[in-house]
Each structure stands twice: as structure tokens, then as C-alpha cells.
Ligand binder design. Sequence first.
Ligand SMILES: *Cc1c(COP(=O)(O)O)cnc(C)c1O
Length: 410
Amino acid sequence: MSIDRAACEALDRADPLAALRARFDLPEGVIYLDGNSLGALPRAVRDRLARVVDREWGRDLIKSWNTAGWIDLPGRVGDKIGRVVGAGPGTVLAADSTSVNLFKLAGAALRANAPRSVILAEAGDFPTDAYVMEGLADLAGAELRLVERDAIADALTEEVAVVLLTHVHYKSGEVHDMAALSARARAVGAFSLWDLSHSAGVLDVRLDADGADLAAGCGYKYLNGGPGAPAWLYVRRELQDRIRSPLSGWLGHAAPFAFEQGYRPAEGIGRGLCGTPTILSLSALDEALELFEGVAMSAVQAKARSLTGLFARLVGERLSGFGLGRHGPADTARAGGQVSLTHPDGYAIVQALIAEGVIGDFRAPDVLRFGFAPLYVRHVDVFDAVAVLERVLAEERWREPRFAARAAVT
Ligand SMILES: *Cc1c(COP(=O)(O)O)cnc(C)c1O
């Protein structure tokens, strides 16, 4: 029997995370299924930013590096992220962008694992990951080896210095087995480096327990830190004194304010810093992370699976015959917090949906991607979104010429 709206309302009443939605400022009349690209605005961020600007910056000026604890903020925010990704205190730092952190970590791994000089990564992953590895390989005289997903385990040989993998694939949502691949990398003496951009804040990630060596991820997706929020990096505690960032900036120095000649890396995770932290956006991310306080990531993952499962089921029940396909695992329990559909006119369909108040996104060449952020998306939103999609397809609204024009950001 097909599931109705009342059944979705019942699921929401039983949802242990339901109260969190009210802590977000969500626009009326919009169903937001793109929190995997830009998380929604947590209400408390507005006041926090006003306070940081007016009091900490405006009134206390440079004193705030000490009095407001600005100088320690990358580590404090890092520890909050650590609780979300199963990493102990002192193993995560909030800094820079994901792209930059991948460069720092892979560069450090190459150096620590010399004379090995192969960087292994998955073909078809999020482009910046391979682009950054190309640049690093070029600079370091290393070789970038891109292999297909099912060839990764076999390609992990004793030539490999570091293997970079995206835990949840940005387009298909497919999840790698972090424990198994980290163990396989360790067995051949390679460092594992995980990109958790589409995992942090939605899956029950366990970096320490699963034996990952290094990791990085975004602050602006499921962590809700705002556009261009600082990213983060993780270095397994036992490896921290072997890891030296190739971006050896002054704030990663053991004594930045001694203004010494020559670089000496700080003890611990602090050596992952490069330059001055972006206090305004770091403060926004710090406040946004309060939403995860006291929340079990197992409950977050369970709700993500409930939402993605519901979406896939409703699409299967109600949208056959419109030429939609599925991209990624048929079983949503093997995916992250997203479901991807395919259609040759996917771009126009996504634009027509947005015009109707359902925001998803499009990924070339034909993928309609829907993200289900468990902190603020409800089961009724999923139900209503599928109803809108059904109308857009049945009435062929996406054929309107205005939906064909491509914007710079899709
Ligand atoms: C979103 C995303 C990034 C973004 O990198 P930036 O440096 O923040 O632009 C990187 N990798 C993956 C897998 C992503 O999904």
C-alpha cells in the first residue's frame, strides 16, 4: 500500500530530532533539499555574529584575540566537529577550505612516506580533490593514479604513499567502507586520507574507531556554517608528530609570537594551521555546531536513512513512467543523506522545481540531486516535494523556456 501524508506526519511526531527544526530560520513556502550544498541558517548565528562584530571586534578590537579567545577558536571549533565525526579532542582543527586542507594533508603524507611517491584516488570523485592532487603531484614530482571505484582495494600497493577517498560520493551518494579501506591502506603502509564533505553532520562517522589516518571536510554543508565557512582537518593522534604541513605558516609554528627565524611546527594538531583564522565565519560555524550538542549521531544517521528511504519509495510508487532513472545505490541504506535521480532534461526539471519552492540541485550531465538534512527536513517535506515533482513532470512545466537558461552555479 502506498504511504500517505498522514503516515508521514506520524513519522515526524515520533522523530526524536523534530525539535531541532525550530532552531533554523527557514523561509516560508520552501522545501529545502539542498542542505548538502549549503546548510540552512541556524537562528542563533545571527545574534552571535552581531555580538562578534559589535562587541568583540568593534569595542574590544585587537584585545579580543585574548579576551574573546579568538586565537584558540580553530581548536575549539575543531573539537566540536570532532564530536560529530567520532574524533577525540585535539585531533580536529577548523581552518582554510577543504581544497587547501587536502593539499596540506596529502603533502604531509607524501613527505612522511618518502620515498614513496604515488597518490591514489578515485576517478570521477568531486573534481577539486583530483585537481588539487594534480597540482601537488606536479609540484612534488609525485604520480597521481586515478582508478575506478571497484579497483581501489587492488590498486593499494606498496608504492602508494597516500590514498584519497571521498567517503560519500558527491553525485551518487554511495558510501565507502572506511574501516576496511583504512585497514587495507595501513596493511600496505599507505596513509588513508578521507574527504568527509558529504558525511560530516549526516552519517555516524567514526574516524578514530575506524582507523582513518587523515581527513578533511566542509563546514558549510551539513554542519551549517554558512557560505564559504571554514573547513576542517583531522590527523590521527598517533601520527601527529610525523605530519608536517607543506603550508608552514606562522600560526602553525610552535611559538608564533616569538617571531623566530626558521619554522618549528607546533606540537599536536595546531601544526595544521597556516595563517590567521577567519574569525567572523569561524564564529558562525562555532554557533551552528551547537545544534549537534547532546545529539546522538546514530539518531541523525537513522533519520537521514528514514528520509532517503521514504523519498526513494515515493518516487518508485508515484513517478514511474516519466523517464526518471536512479543514480547510485538502489538501497538507500548504502548511501549518504542524498538521493540522485536522472533525466535527460534534469537541469530544466530542477529549475522548474525551484520555481515551485522545492530546492534541490543539478549535477552534470543529467543528475537531479536531493539532500535530506536530518536536523531540519521532515517526512512531510519529502511527501510534499514528491507531489510537486509529480506535478512538474505530469504537466511538463519544465518545458517552459525560462527553465533552460543555465546560471553560473547549478
Ligand atoms: C563540497 C566539496 C568540496 C568543497 O571544497 P572547497 O574547497 O570547500 O570548495 C570538496 N570535496 C568534496 C567531496 C565536496 O563535496
